[in-house]
Design a protein around this ligand. Sequence first.
Ligand code: GLV
Ligand code: MN
Ligand code: MN
Length: 456
Amino acid sequence: MQRTEALARISDEPGHTTRLFASPAMRRANKLVGTWMSQAGMSTREDAIGNLRGRYDAAPGSPCGDKLFLLGSHLDTVRNAGRFDGALGVLLAIGCVEALHRSKLRLPFALEVVGFADEEGVRYQTAYLGSKALAGGFDAKDLQRRDGNGLTMADAIRRFGGNPGALRQARLSPRNLLGYFEAHIEQGPVLEKRGVPVGVVSAIAGQSRVSLEFRGTAGHAGTVPMGSRQDALAGAAEFVLAAERCGVIATVGVLEIKGAASNVIPGCVHLTLDARDANDSRRRLAVSRLRREAQAIAKRRGLRVQWTAVQATPAVACDNALSRRLSECVARQGIKVVNLPSGAGHDAAVMASITPVAMLFLRCAGGISHHPAESVQTRDVKLALDVMVDFLHAVGRALDEPQPGADAPHPFPLPIGWGEGGRRPGEGLSHAANAGPERARALPGQRHSAPARRHS
Ligand code: GLV
Ligand code: MN
Ligand code: MN
């Protein structure tokens, strides 16, 4: 818990916690967290995009010594963030390795702890940059995106000490991966209401991010009659209300009036839409209806609207076999097993495109998150750590279990099309820039949106 406080003090903005991708605060955060990783017995490095990676080798002579299990979460934050979103998952992962190291224990497989460089997508408006680089879903076109100060992502990565030309080297081959595990605060009220300290995540909602601009005509606030205005903000306001009624979880989180002044009719407004649902078809339908609604609003008001799809990430189901083992570990602590879906996005959603994933949620006070009041109980954190260490041992035991009919046993069977000769790393992702259809593992009761693409 002291570490979460030390990390929260590392910020790009004075007085509160804001750590943006490839920023000076991230540089200091990686240094500090890297020190903790080294103290826990890991060898550390930073990859080409700035993910912090700590490795704890397998037991010498283990027949599965080339296999790798990943633990992680993100070290970037939203603006004016709490202390636990992302950071807690990384610190718990380090805590697990520390516990093994203190007991002079090595697992039959190697562990890698990842502090992802960007999950929130605050600086470049597109999320999961760190995990996309690892999973192979990074789109090189994103390197030309500019931040609020006009700095391209490529230059920001270079300034940070990374190498935008070598992002492919950050990729992990799915062949040797056993799985990915992420602990995270729940960011919602369910666990607190159910009176349990931790819960097992069943699925992560898909999300769409859109950037919009309404353009009208700026004019004098005192002279242009109300009936002959093309007020871009009035159009944007109608769109905000349409988003509120669209039938899925939807948020307009950015609303910027260009050249705003109290005596000028707004001529141009930029806004963002973030839409989420566990059902991909429902989300896509809601977003396309909102697009038509934006066009209708613009037509009625004599405005022009520009709609730019920024990102679309499909819903992801957590792996059944890994989650079952995780549930057993929760039950062994005498805790009632609660399964719950995640409305928030997590690095696990991207990692699921190359390896089976499992997630553990920790209850947080009042379900508050993306806010400085984020809070968790120390005893819940201790319990989560015990669950995680037990889980890693369970993953090790699973390697010894016979897998009927398999030459090279994989204890957590990959979905059809994964692994060697199957789906490419990162292929489960989709965003506007690579213009592919979203592909993901179907959630229960949901059909695949598109057949899995095969590669020769
Ligand atoms: C990340 O916290 C997200 O869900 O947007
Ligand atoms: Mn977050
Ligand atoms: Mn997070």
